[in-house]
Each structure stands twice: as structure tokens, then as C-alpha cells.
Write a protein that binds this ligand. Sequence first.
Ligand SMILES: [Zn+2]
Ligand SMILES: [Zn+2]
Length: 260
Amino acid sequence: MLIDTHCHLDYADFDAERDEIVTRAHQAGVKQLVTISTEVRKLDRLLAITEKYPSVFCSVGTHPNHAGEELDIQAEDLIRLANAHEKVVAIGEAGLDYFYDTQTPADQKTGFIRHIEAARATKLPLVIHSRSADEDMIEILTTESGKGAFPFILHCFSAGPDLARVGVELGGYISFSGILTFPKSQDIRDLAKTVPMDRLLVETDAPFLAPKRWRGKRNEPSYVVNTAEVLAEVHDVSYAEIARITTDNAFRCFTKMPRL
Ligand SMILES: [Zn+2]
Ligand SMILES: [Zn+2]
């Protein structure tokens, strides 16, 4: 079995066939899914999806590309929402995205630090989005961890080795997406090899970034199988072994998510 630790099932891309997508995931052995929040204002929609599908859990948070739109949301709000709902098992996704600079770095940092506070208080894993921001991410993670540890995941990892190393040193998990399978991603595969087995997670980030076997198609949770296959090759273990390891890691990381 596998767990897709990061997808966006609420996106309109899936409206026409959400039932089928969840069924296909289960048939592919992807037994549990975490659909990730990008706007706290839209949490109700995510919660409705998690209520409909017992195997789907969610997070609560503001994506850095929306940071400036949700600066009214404080750490206390995130904590309250996470505690109020059984199916909210993580905080985020939050972080820094300097690739799409629609939001100022200052707003992104403000929002990110509030999410860190919420993760520290709830002990729920913080799903971190970091793109083209390695230096600032390393600085914030190091400083904030110094104030008090918090669990976190560097999701859809495609950053440099320094961020991966710091993430592992600070106790974080590194989650790999379809990017790991792309022919041009040899550097990411080399890096994945250096990540300790007990910190590896897999995800789709669907509907984005379909792995190699379905390149160019809309991504969906069942496709996480291809990423796990490549991760198994990289670590020179069997598919069954990588499935067991990443699933155990997911349950160790998402402490609030029951094993169904
Ligand atoms: Zn992201
Ligand atoms: Zn995402």
C-alpha cells in the first residue's frame, strides 16, 4: 500500500470524476490520501470532500502564492481549525515561493511563521512549499526550530542539497513527487539517494506534475505508484519495501491520521 501525502482533490480539474479518482487510487494500492489546503477560506470545501471519502484526510493553511490574501488568519485560527476537525491532520501548505513572485517575500514570511507556530502548538506536521527560496527557507527553519521543534515535510522536493540536509538534520521528512521520475531530474534522484530511508515520503501534488509514465496528462493520486517505483530503484530496494517504508513514515509523520 501507498499513501499520497499531498494532492489537491478540491481543484476543479477533478469535479467531473472525483469518485472514480478515489476508486482508481484504491485499486492502485493508494489506500489513503491527504488533500492539501491552499486557502483557509476554502477549508469547508476540503472538509466536505474528507467527509465524503473515509480514506481522504486534509490539512489547513495558506499557500505562499495566496499569502497576502490571508494575512488576517493568525496562528490561533489555524490551531483552532486543526483541533476542531478530526480529519485535519496537518498544517499548510505554507512556505516561500520566489519563483511565482505574486506575493511579497515579507507577506510570505509572515504567513509562513504563523503556520510554524501552529505546527509547534498542535504537533501536526507542517507541509512546506519551498521554491527558488533555499537560502531564506534554511534560515527560517533553523531559527524557528531553535525556538522549539515542530514536525515538517519539505513537499515536492526539487530544491538543492543544502536544504535537504538541513531538513533532515532538523528532523523533517522529504517528500518526492513525479519530478523524481523525469528524465532530466538526475540531480533530484542523486539527492533522494542521500535522504535516510526513515524520512522518505511520496506524493503526487495532483493535478500537477504527472510522473513520467503519464507525462503531460492531468495527474491523479493513483499515479504516485510511478514515483514510488523510481524511489525504490534509487534506493535499490524492492517496490514492496519502498511502499512499506514510505507508508510507515507517513503514519509516523501524520500522527493524527489513523491507519484504516
Ligand atoms: Zn506546493
Ligand atoms: Zn500542493
